[in-house]
Design a protein around this ligand. Structure first.
Ligand SMILES: CC/C=C\C/C=C\C/C=C\CC/C=C/CC(=O)SCCNC(=O)CCNC(=O)[C@H](O)C(C)(C)COP(=O)(O)OP(=O)(O)OC[C@H]1O[C@@H](n2cnc3c(N)ncnc32)[C@H](O)[C@@H]1OP(=O)(O)O
Length: 302
């Protein structure tokens, strides 16, 4: 039995409330003992750009990004992702499956409209939110899986790399940090994350060429952990990955993860202002603005 309802992500304690709601509903159903285990609660953000499903049996939350048309990451969307992660932390989620609710696209990366024709002020708000959302995702207490069911260029790849395990739907989609192809440079914390994932040799090759990997290429270099032929298979693999942690004490797991990620996290925490200054200097330059304009045009012309 599946119970669906909408809930406002902005509300405090959504996870607990959703479970309480489900439990109340369960008790209201006659012969509830015969209900299958693994009751599921669903809710979505106030703007509807994020859908969350919580499995009451495993405590695993599936977070679906669904900001049409391409899940591009603008300030509001990043803020909603961060609030969702905060709620899952607060309610002690046991795991996260991050995926897309849109066909063909995991996320198209940063919303280029936030970079093109921006002001220093708007870029500061946007970039500060991006740093903050990424820090939350990279350091979640609960284990995380990216189920990459579509293209994942730029910051889409960065979000996926910040999850602990990556499962990608093959064979049509691509993933990678493609900044150099656009004439821009990946920020140092994107670079750090890619080095952590691929090692320096493969990261250098990938970053300098702005390579977008097919799923089988990504598997070969270790950018993803598994390639699947269907979403159902992907969900089953993600659940299997997360289920291994059911018997591992949470604090030991979390501290180990943070120990391994500490260098990359603290590099950004200590250098947030420097990072922002780099971004403002680069993005507001006339040359980069011209390039971004042409890139946007090329996307629209397709
Ligand atoms: C000294 C200096 C030191 C250090 C440097 C420091 C800092 C560096 C500074 C900044 C770094 C900036 C980092 C950026 C990371 C990024 O994420 S950049 C974005 C990367 N993403 C892309 O390049 C993706 C582009 N999009 C696509 O390739 C395709 O759209 C995609 C494969 C995703 C989907 O294809 P398809 O299904 O065919 O859809 P369309 O192409 O038709 O797109 C539909 C509409 O969506 C619009 N759109 C697509 N992507 C974006 C986007 N990222 N942002 C905004 N809008 C996007 C597209 O234009 C279409 O719009 P339309 O419907 O025509 O109006």
């Amino acid at each position: 039995m599946i119970i669906s309802f909408h809930y406002n992500i902005g509300n405090q304690g959504i996870f607990h409330n959703s479970i309480m709601f489900v439990k109340k509903a369960l008790f209201a159903v006659p012969n509830s003992k015969s209900l299958p285990i693994g009751l599921v609660a669903r809710f979505s953000s106030a703007t509807g750009d994020i859908g969350v499903t919580v499995n009451d049996k495993t405590g695993v939350a599936t977070v679906k990004l669904q900001r049409a048309p391409v899940n591009s990451l603008n300030t509001g969307f990043l803020k909603n992702i961060e609030s969702t992660l905060d709620s899952l932390e607060k309610e002690k989620a046991r795991g996260l499956i991050l995926t897309s609710g849109l066909p063909k696209i995991f996320t198209a990366g940063l919303d280029i409209l936030e970079l093109y024709n921006c002001t220093t002020e708007s870029l500061t708000t946007f970039w500060t939110q991006l740093q903050s959302t990424w820090l939350k995702l990279h350091a979640t207490s609960f284990p995380s899986v990216a189920l990459i069911n579509g293209h994942a260029p730029g910051a889409g790849c960065q979000l996926a790399m910040s999850c602990e395990y990556r499962i990608m739907l093959g064979p049509k989609y691509t993933i990678g940090l493609n900044e150099t192809k656009m004439g821009i440079i990946a920020p140092f914390w994107f670079v750090d994350t890619m080095i952590d994932t691929l090692g320096p040799r493969q990261a250098e090759l990938a970053l300098t060429s702005g390579k977008l990997f097919t799923s089988s290429e990504a598997l070969k270099v270790g950018l993803i952990d598994e390639e699947v032929g269907s979403e159902e298979e992907g969900v089953a693999k993600a659940e299997a990955f997360l289920s291994q942690y059911a018997t591992i004490p949470g604090t030991a797991r979390k501290l180990t993860k943070l120990m391994i990620r500490e260098k990359t996290i603290s590099n950004l925490v200590k250098n947030k202002d420097k990072d922002l200054k780099n971004v403002i200097d680069l993005i507001t330059s006339a040359q980069v603005q011209k390039g971004l304009g042409l890139y946007l045009q090329s996307l629209k012309k397709k």
